[in-house]
Design a protein around this ligand. Structure first.
Ligand code: TXA
Ligand code: MG
Length: 320
């Protein structure tokens, strides 16, 4: 199959209407999208991504009004959060309606819903009379794509169309929030800082390794991983490891160190949003480079750096 990269929303809609898969841009990462209400299409998403069917998919919707078709018993806090942060990098787990196939939710009685903040994908969703199931458009377990070219490099030949919306503006996946006995719980730290959520609805518990489906890999330890070894350690620990060979060091800003590795700062002026935007592209570049291994040191614990630290732990060789 030939894979075309383009920015023709109508063309993308046509493919989706007849059950094909299309990669879509979102503000977080690119998604591998298909009709969420059509079981055969959803099965094909799992197949193309080589993802186990016990790992449920996020359903992308065009607006808040739409969600009552897909979800029920919506807690008041969920309503407040959607009003404030949609469209945006927040996925909410709600009790599912029957219309959503069990395959999408891996048999769970909750469905993950999100309204993405990308003009092309919102235009696309408005062309369609069904929502889009979409995991990140990378082979299972690998680094998420933040450009159309990243998707092409890995999934070329497996889908007909990649809708090119430019580089993703946030760069890490959405924050996932659900409810347990009406209490909000964050299951994945992501593009919307937990502090922003708490400003609105008060304290939430953060349980990034737990979920209603404990086998959900985005929440498990080893994920988002490059093929090269990645050591995510404090500077002093890296020094003690006596790593031999040519190493690349991912860090927040340039800093003074005796470590014999070339530095790849994700932000020049200490901006956590800029660093998040650059994380996955940098990991990919280094994975393709001549470096023997990749190191990273913990980022300061603020803003989107929390999500960066989470991804680096899961991508690191220790997470296996
Ligand atoms: O930013 C994002 O969320 C991107 C873009 C494309 O929207 N999507 C994304 O999808 O990151 P994916 O499939 O790579 O990660 C979705 C995560 C998985 O870890 C999955 O286990 C979890 O969401 N998930 C989906 N439905 C769930 C449910 N009903 N209960 C618990 N976890 C769920
Ligand atoms: Mg993913």
């Amino acid at each position: 199959m030939e894979t075309i990269i383009g920015n023709d929303v109508e063309q993308a809609a046509k493919f989706l209407r007849y059950g094909a898969l299309v990669a879509i841009p979102t503000e977080t990462v690119y998604g591998l999208a298909g009709n969420a209400l059509h079981e055969a299409t959803v099965l094909n998403i799992f197949h193309v991504k080589e993802r186990p069917v016990f790992d449920p998919l996020i359903v992308h919707v065009k607006g808040i009004d739409d969600i009552h078709r897909y979800a029920k018993s919506i807690p008041a806090d969920a309503e407040v959060l959607m009003q404030k942060f949609w469209p945006g990098p927040l996925t909410i787990l709600l009790q599912k309606q029957q219309l959503i196939p069990d395959l999408v939710t891996s048999g769970l009685n909750t469905v993950a819903l999100r309204m993405p903040a990308h003009p092309l994908t919102l235009a696309l969703l408005n062309e369609l009379d069904f929502p889009l199931a979409a995991p990140s458009a990378n082979p299972f377990g690998y680094i998420s794509p933040t450009t159309a070219q990243h998707v092409y490099d890995q999934l070329q030949g497996k889908l007909p169309y990649i809708l090119d919306g430019g580089p993703c503006s946030v760069g890490v996946e959405s924050t996932i929030l659900g409810f347990e006995n009406d209490q909000p719980v964050v299951y994945r730290i992501g593009g919307l800082p937990v502090s922003e959520i708490e400003k609105l609805i008060g304290p939430v518990s953060v349980q990034p390794n737990a979920s209603s489906n404990p086998r959900a890999p985005g929440m498990l330890k080893s994920h988002y991983a490059p093929s090269k070894p990645l050591y995510f350690e404090k500077e002093e620990n890296l020094a003690l490891m006596n790593l031999s060979g040519n190493g690349a060091l991912i860090c927040f800003e340039n800093f003074k160190t005796d470590l014999p590795f070339r530095q790849f700062p994700l932000s020049r002026d200490g901006n956590s949003s800029e660093a998040a935007r650059n994380l996955f592209a940098t990991l990919r570049e280094l994975d393709k480079s001549d470096f023997d291994f990749i190191c990273a040191i913990p980022f300061p614990d603020h803003g989107l750096c929390k999500a960066i630290n989470d991804r680096l732990v899961r991508a690191s060789s220790r997470g296996e």
